[in-house]
Design a protein around this ligand. Structure first.
Ligand SMILES: CC(C)(COP(=O)(O)OP(=O)(O)OC[C@H]1O[C@@H](n2cnc3c(N)ncnc32)[C@H](O)[C@@H]1OP(=O)(O)O)[C@@H](O)C(=O)NCCC(=O)NCCS
Length: 350
């Protein structure tokens, strides 16, 4: 005799209920990093729009920053950890390949035994997390999902590498995605382009010191930390101009697809919150999308630097802090980065 399996009761829709953030207090101005890369404050400002980058201090770890951002998001949503049906942490800088950062964060927030896992999608990690949270909530698998983007990129910087070191910052941003009656998150436009797999990369293991090790422009000798002789600490590296071209040409198209998938136009937006990669990329997006002046464009990068998975929720948090009237309006968010991978949605701001 055949039996019908029970299913979760689906929810009509999902929305972002609240956003939280943790910003390290420390700021590193351009002047403090230009020496080892033979650069200048003027060059960095002109080419990237970055004036300072936020950098974690002692004790400000991936876990502590994630917990702080998650806690604020929960408090603002009027929830506790016990209400969560899942915890998703997007990061590429948690030093452990396993166990996940998410399991420790869930425990710290009192969310145990909620399922908890990390997402490795670099600067698209937060948008990937929102895509999953939206699907989990609508399918009825969870009622509330915490999505955190967190990075401590400063642990993986070679200060003599002029391709990326000057871009990066640290921090954490979080949103609670909750069941709703009306859609507050549009269909996600997300994808990957593994043909460009090597454009931005970082191994998570120590590298053996060999002359031919590509990217062995390492600031610190890992043997000092690990006691293992002849090992190099891994650092992030990229082919900046390739990423720049890909971002400007391909990601503007993805942003337009996200607007179409949501059934809205640029004029319907209150805010545009792209991944904070480079001010010139942000300006190009705004131009190509023909965003009217009424749309507030997030430009958190000037102060924060590129914080990878944390950049969009951090920028959203700042926009809402600086202009609370944006609350309830629509925002287009788009993340893109190593993989190469990308993700975009239109969301109603909490
Ligand atoms: C990294 C990035 C800022 C470099 O800017 P760019 O305009 O592409 O610079 P280029 O590498 O083409 O170099 C242009 C010139 O500046 C010089 N230059 C490169 N890096 C420099 C630095 N850090 N400081 C000073 N000069 C630098 C180059 O030598 C070159 O000089 P030349 O014209 O005399 O040959 C830019 O490519 C970028 O932001 N890319 C996207 C990065 C990104 O978003 N990464 C994360 C993905 S999420």
């Amino acid at each position: 005799m055949s039996v019908t399996l029970k299913q979760h009761e689906p929810h009509a829709a999902s929305r972002i209920a609240a956003v939280g953030a943790f910003r390290p207090a420390r700021r590193l101005p351009n002047e403090d990093i230009v020496g080892p890369i033979d650069s200048s404050d003027e060059w960095i400002r002109q080419r990237t729009g970055i004036v300072t980058r936020q950098r974690a201090g002692e004790g400000e770890t991936v876990l502590s920053m994630a917990v702080a951002a998650g806690r604020e998001a929960l408090e603002r949503a009027g929830l506790t950890g016990a209400d969560l049906g899942a915890v998703i942490v997007a990061t590429v800088t948690f030093p452990y390949a396993t166990p996940s950062a998410a399991a420790a964060v869930a425990h710290e927030l009192g969310a145990t035994p909620a399922p908890a896992y990390d997402v490795s999608a670099a600067c698209a990690g937060y948008c990937y997390g929102v895509a999953q949270a939206d699907a989990l909530v609508r399918a009825g698998t969870a009622r509330h999902v915490l999505v955190i983007g967190v990075e401590r990129l400063s642990d993986f910087i070679d200060p003599t590498d002029r391709s990326i070191s000057f871009l990066l910052g640290d921090g954490a941003g979080a949103v609670v995605v909750s069941a709703a009656d009306e859609p507050g998150i549009s269909p996600s436009v997300w994808g990957s382009d593994g043909e460009r797999w090597e454009t931005i990369s970082m191994t998570r293991s120590l590298l053996e010191v060999r002359d031919e090790v590509e990217g062995a422009r390492i600031g610190g000798d890992a043997s000092a930390i690990t006691g293992q002789e002849g090992m190099l600490w891994p650092t992030l590296r990229q082919d900046g101009p390739s990423v720049f071209r890909w971002a400007v040409w391909s990601m503007a198209k993805v942003a337009r697809e996200a607007l179409d998938a949501a059934g809205v136009g640029p004029e319907d937006l209150a805010a545009f919150i792209p991944h904070q990669a480079n001010m010139r990329i942000i300006d190009q997006f705004a131009k190509q999308l023909r965003l009217p002046d009424t749309v507030t464009v997030a430009r958190d990068i000037a102060d924060a630097g590129n914080t990878s998975a944390a950049s969009i929720p951090l920028a959203m948090h700042r926009l809402l802090q600086e202009d609370p009237s944006l609350s309830g309006g629509l925002a287009l968010q788009i993340g893109f980065g190593a993989g190469l991978v990308y993700g975009a949605q239109v969301v109603r701001l909490p």
